[in-house]
Design a protein around this ligand. Structure first.
Ligand SMILES: [Mg+2]
Length: 445
């Protein structure tokens, strides 16, 4: 375990304004070995780990998670505004309840990984991490070494920036929202805008305020600068009145049209973020109206605050709970962005995987000797794409004196077949290429 921790830490860039690491050992009780502010250098950490002695008592993982949670707070030297991670290394057999403490920690925005050693129980590990995707099981301690590299890579992943999207905020301005709560909504929207590259050809924002009726404050093609969007957000005035969320969803759809600046036609991700505090007065419309949005390629993300009904939020998000965010108070909105950004990133990344890629291979006689390398290279590039009808389309053409199409963008929607075609090209070597050139000429009417 010590070697594992040392290998993960050694792959990180430790420093006061870079990565901070803390370490807690637990069994029945827990013992803080060092907190996030103790060491700003690698050597100090490695020495402390070497000197650590095993506690050798019971296993109270739940208690330890509650205990460690405070060290992520600003008061204890944590930086809640940066990415925060917890790695729990255990055999999973806890003597106390871990589910609730683990959820409370994740609700603070701390991404939790659990690493199981020695015949660990994977469902128990999922309780800790909140998702089986953040569970690693290693049967041997040696296996941890390789895992260290994997984990360090995940931590090093650059903060995701949303480069290109059409995002409309649908904001509940009904009378149930208090003045300061409306301000918090504005703060939240500002934090999303701040994290994004705003521009005519980058991310566009729009805002629709609703209560009894919905009204567009600004559309996707009105403001193309970050500063101006932030200004416009500050100028929003709460309309007061009832809460007709269903009608507001229906109203939103048209604002994704090209006329209002929506870029669905060129496959820019379309996102509607609904922020609401309470039960809709027309809740029976929520399903149909949000379905209509999805049918038109709009991802609906719901953000519920105060007494919002979880069921309603889920309905609006198409029963995809990963797109539902729920905070108990409006203050929570300000740190909520950290949790939402991976979802936004996934939504926008998926759209980026929709690619048209064409290879143009030089078959002039000057590079005949390199043909083999070129083919292998092409195949390896294709291998990195998700070739399918919905995502990447790949085409291939070759040229020497004149270009010749070989694979059209719609020829294959299956990667294996496409790579097979590329690798088993019927002509190899100079002679055959010459022959092909003749054929090309003959076909070239
Ligand atoms: Mg209301």
């Amino acid at each position: 375990m010590k070697d594992f921790m040392k290998s993960v830490i050694s792959k990180s860039i430790i420093g006061q304004d870079k990565v901070h690491v803390g370490l807690m050992q637990y069994s029945t009780t827990s013992r803080l070995e060092f907190d996030l502010t103790t060491h700003y250098n690698l050597e100090g950490m490695l020495n402390t780990i070497d000197d650590m002695e095993q506690m050798n008592e019971g296993t109270r993982t739940g208690r330890a998670i509650t205990e460690v949670s405070q060290y992520f707070d600003a008061a204890r030297g944590g930086r809640p505004w940066v990415k925060q991670w917890l790695v729990v290394i255990t055999d999973g057999k806890s003597q106390d309840n871990v589910r609730e403490p683990a959820r409370a920690l994740r609700d603070k925005g701390v991404v939790t990984y659990s690493i199981g050693v020695d015949k660990a129980n994977s469902s128990k590990l999922s309780d800790i991490s909140g998702s089986s995707q953040r569970v690693f099981i290693e049967n041997t301690f040696d296996g941890l070494k390789e895992l260290g590299t994997k984990l360090a890579l995940e931590f090093c992943e650059k903060d995701c920036k949303i480069e290109k999207a059409d995002i409309i905020f649908l904001v509940d301005g009904s009378g149930s929202i208090k003045k300061e709560q409306f301000k918090s909504m504005q703060t939240f929207m500002a934090s999303v805008v701040t994290q994004t590259t705003v521009g005519e050809n980058l991310t566009r924002f729009g805002v629709i305020l609703y209560s009894d009726a919905a009204n567009s404050s600004f559309t996707l093609n009105e403001i193309y600068s970050k500063g101006k969007v932030l200004e416009a957000l500050q100028q929003l005035i709460q309309p007061q009145g009832g809460t007709y969320t269903g009608a507001a969803l229906a109203y939103s759809l048209q604002y994704f049209n090209a006329k209002h600046g929506g870029r669905r036609e060129i496959r820019v991700p379309q996102i509607l973020m609904v922020i609401t505090d309470g039960a809709a007065q027309d809740r029976d419309r929520l399903k149909a109206e949000s379905d209509a949005l999805r049918k038109n390629g709009v991802t609906v993300i719901s953000i519920g605050v105060k007494d919002a009904d979880r069921k309603e939020l889920e309905t609006m998000a198409g029963d995809d709970t990963s797109k539902v965010f729920f905070v108990d108070n409006f203050e929570g909105l300000e740190t909520l962005y950290k949790k939402i950004s991976p979802v936004l990133c996934n939504t926008t990344k998926r759209a980026y995987n929709q690619t048209d890629l064409v290879f143009l291979l030089d078959y002039s006689s000057s590079i005949n000797l390199e043909e083999h390398k070129m083919i292998n290279f092409t195949a390896s590039v294709v291998d990195n794409f998700n070739v399918s009808k919905e995502l990447a389309h790949v085409g291939l053409a070759q040229f020497s004196d004149k270009p010749k199409d070989e694979i059209h963008l719609n020829t294959y929607n299956n990667k294996t077949k496409m790579i097979g075609h590329i690798l088993n090209r019927p002509y190899k070597g100079r002679a055959k290429v010459r022959k092909l050139r003749r054929e090309t000429k003959n076909n070239d009417h």
